[in-house]
Design a protein around this ligand. Structure first.
Ligand code: 2AM
Length: 245
């Protein structure tokens, strides 16, 4: 191992979610190296939000990769879509067998499945990780839902379970979800698989909200599913299935 490989974790993408996750990981005793497409944001981050922490930065992909201990653990929090594929291609020539790439953006699950298969063929361990809890969650304890290549999990588990939110019984709000592109399934299964109407789904979510699944997201989902447009039809079906992140 090169003497410059000092960081336990690398993170690409210095928008608020990325910055907050880095600070959270740093708080738990892991050394993080930060990188961003617009490199000046690395210096801004180190001089401001990350001042006085153990966080280090890189000014090029080569520098970034060289600073990471093996197997490298690289998380991307960049705009969903082309930016993720672009960074994967930029990273690939510099990585070695068994290195880990985690996509923490809200990628559409078929994209995650495609990247998982592609990177498996390159002997790189790919993980798509749901990150829930917003900016506060990222900073002080998100719910993390990692899925993808199971060989990556033993390497990620100590870090991810340390930084995740905790249930009242102390359990980390993070566990391995499954292989491939796990995520974004429930609505799809209910509607296209079982054939429930939006109102029927709303009733199910309302039931869930009375039990152990009681949460803000379940509550608002109930309202969203039942919401009618001015013509009396469910509004949800009319909303285009597209989001930048
Ligand atoms: P930037 O700071 O260089 O714009 C959220 O927008 C994050 O995704 C930012 O870190 C941003 O980098 C990054 N991002 C957005 N579009 C990108 C692209 N096409 N290629 C690389 N990074 C991108």
């Amino acid at each position: 191992m090169s003497s410059t490989a000092v960081a336990d974790f690398g993170l690409i993408g210095l928008a608020v979610m990325g910055q907050n996750l880095i600070l959270n990981i740093n708080d738990h005793g892991f050394k993080v190296c930060a990188y961003n497409r617009t490199v000046s944001k690395v210096d801004d981050f180190l001089a401001n939000e990350a001042k006085g922490t153990q966080v280090i930065g890189a000014h090029s992909i080569e520098d970034f990769v060289a600073k990471l201990k093996r197997p490298r653990k690289i998380m991307m929090l960049v705009k969903a879509g082309d930016a993720v594929d672009k960074f994967i291609e930029t990273l690939l020539p510099h990585l070695e067998e068994g290195d880990i790439i985690i996509d923490g953006g809200n990628s559409h699950y078929p994209d995650t499945q495609r990247r998982y298969e592609y990177l498996t063929s390159k002997k790189i361990l790919f993980v798509g990780c749901g990150v829930s809890g917003g900016e506060e969650g990222a900073r002080y304890g998100p719910s993390l839902m990692p899925g993808g290549n199971p060989e990556a999990w033993p390497h990620l588990k100590p870090i991810f379970q340390a930084i995740a939110a905790r249930a009242p019984d102390g359990a980390a709000c993070c566990d391995w979800v499954g292989e491939g592109g796990a995520g974004h399934f429930v609505y799809h299964i209910f509607r296209d698989g079982v054939g429930f109407t939006d109102d029927e789904q709303g009733d199910i979510f309302a039931q869930w909200n009375k039990g152990v699944l009681d949460s803000f997201l379940i509550e608002i989902s109930t309202d969203i599913l039942r919401f009618k447009d001015t013509d009396g039809q469910p509004l949800l079906e009319k909303i285009r299935d597209a989001a930048g992140q």
